[in-house]
Design a protein around this ligand. Structure first.
Ligand code: SF4
Length: 487
């Protein structure tokens, strides 16, 4: 089996990772969020081809026929732009998004759906150049083609992209990669899995649970906001299990509290501080949650690529602790720009009195965006922002439970403190909600699927605000001694 880009880049991070990646089968059961990401990438690929008039596409024929076809097009000399050109150097293969003939040689271009160039993009580009060069192509220039921050809905595709010349960096990395090809091939193709090494890369590694994390109860990666330097120090000393951290190792107060909670298995609860914090909420309390969407190519006027916009909200209103007097919700029409209707209804639904309880800064950020989009509503939105009360600091500062596992998200906390959870919901997380709305708006789902999916979106957002109501209630009752702290 040929060695592909992802395997090589993984192997450069960790030999074990590369070895496992080379043998991994692509999971054919994609989630809606994964399908959406792939569709978005494909759309950008197609639009990028439109940027270069008269290019020829090497169809997805499988690597063998694609190599033959690429060689034929290059030899022909009549075609100056090739899409998905295929190259092979020993065991290594690469497909180049865009290849352009210049007066001196070839310009390799990799298309990414990001706004900013990232280090990994340059590695990606360097790999394509390394394989193409090793196969005999004279590469004289290497660029990333990214989305332009200045693009707005309605402009032509030629304004959607921005080319970033990275030839100098790529030259250095490509040489290093080519020098490393021998070692990589030996490690990746070897019968024996290379011995895993504990490094910072383990923290974000998908294989961690089956690799070095297999026998670890609570990895140190769970410690909230641990600096890279401290993480490196612990890993250098071979410390991966949280309970192995030396008692004199310097941590911040919240980190030390978390470590203590995990070591003892007992919750930490600053009752008085939590009560004082919650006493700031004024009634009627409005528990508010937004869902948003974002697409590579903006859907509506004024939006930039990847700019988030609010698609729906849920609002539970309580006149006293846990006593819901009504629930309001709104999900924008997916077939048109529903932002104006959404902000008008939201202003109406929130009234003028009582705290607006949210979870995180997200709602404040999105309200700011709505205010910029519809300046005529800026005073009303400003009044809403003044009433916001963020519930999350309760779990960042005053209540830490071992079963939260170092997380403060509603999804981590809810099943510990209440009988509610997100289990069984068709849409059960924000990325799924985002993908569902965007897929509907882009017409990528059947209209017959839309009714059920829209209901699932409403249920999910409703669960978020109901969760806030019940969490507020649970913490209040635990603090007052009406309820015991869950085990
Ligand atoms: S967990 Fe660490 S050693 Fe294992 S594959 Fe991932 S990065 Fe490599």
């Amino acid at each position: 089996m040929s060695i592909r880009k992802k395997t090589v880049l993984d192997c450069r991070t960790c030999a074990t990772m590369g070895w496992v990646t080379h043998r991994s089968q692509r999971d054919s059961t994609l989630t809606l969020a994964e399908r959406f990401r792939i569709d978005e990438g494909n759309e950008i690929g197609v639009r990028a081809r439109g940027y270069f008039a008269g290019g020829t596409l090497v169809e997805d024929l499988g690597i063998g026929p694609a190599l033959v076809r690429t060689r034929a097009i290059i030899a022909d000399g009549q075609i100056d732009t090739i899409f998905e050109a295929a190259f092979e150097a020993g065991e290594f293969v690469a497909r180049v998004d865009v290849l352009r003939r210049t007066a001196d040689g070839w310009h390799v271009i990799e298309v990414k759906s990001s706004l900013d160039p990232k280090d990994e993009h340059v590695d990606d580009l360097a790999y394509s150049v390394a394989v193409a060069t090793a196969s005999g192509l004279n590469v004289v220039q290497a660029s990333l083609m990214l989305l332009s921050r200045d693009f707005r809905n309605g402009q032509s595709d030629s304004e959607l992209f921005a080319l970033h010349d990275r030839s100098a960096e790529v030259r250095t990395r490509q040489a290093a990669l080519q020098n490393d090809f021998g070692r990589i091939a030996e490690q990746v193709l070897g019968e024996t899995q290379p011995a895993p090494e504990l490094t910072v890369a383990c923290k974000g590694c998908d294989y961690f649970p089956d690799c070095l994390g297999a026998d670890v109860t609570t990895p140190i990666f769970r410690i909230p906001r641990l600096t890279g330097k401290k993480l490196e120090t612990l890993l250098r000393d071979g410390i991966l299990e949280l309970s192995d951290i030396p008692v004199d190792f310097v941590l911040t107060a919240p980190q030390a509290r978390f470590v203590e909670v995990m070591r003892t298995g007992k919750a930490h609860f600053d009752v008085e501080d939590a009560q004082a914090f919650l006493a700031e909420i004024s009634w009627p309390a409005h528990y508010l949650d937004f869902e948003t969407a974002t697409t590579c190519v903006p859907l509506y006027d004024g939006l930039a690529p990847h700019e988030q916009f609010v698609t729906q909200y849920s609002l539970h209103v309580c006149d006293s602790l846990g006593n819901i007097i009504h629930h309001r919700e709104h999900l924008a029409e997916h077939s048109c720009d529903g932002r104006r209707e959404l902000i008008e209804r939201l202003i109406d639904d929130l009234g003028e009195r009582g705290s607006i309880v949210v979870y995180s800064h997200f709602e404040k950020t999105m309200l700011g965006k709505l205010s910029l989009t519809f300046p005529e509503y800026a005073p009303a939105v400003g009044a809403i922002v003044d009433r916001l009360f963020d519930l999350e600091p309760l779990f960042k500062n005053f209540l830490t439970h071992p079963r939260f596992g170092g997380r403060t998200s509603i999804k981590a906390i809810l099943p510990v403190l209440t009988t509610l959870s997100y289990d069984g919901l068709e849409v059960a997380d924000g990325s799924h909600a985002m993908a569902a709305f965007a897929m509907l708006a882009k017409g990528r789902l059947l209209e017959s699927e839309s009714g059920e999916l829209r209901n699932a979106l409403l249920k999910y957002c409703c669960q978020d605000t109901l969760a806030m109501v019940r969490l507020h209630e649970a913490v209040h009752r635990i603090a007052s001694g009406e309820l015991p702290m869950p085990e």
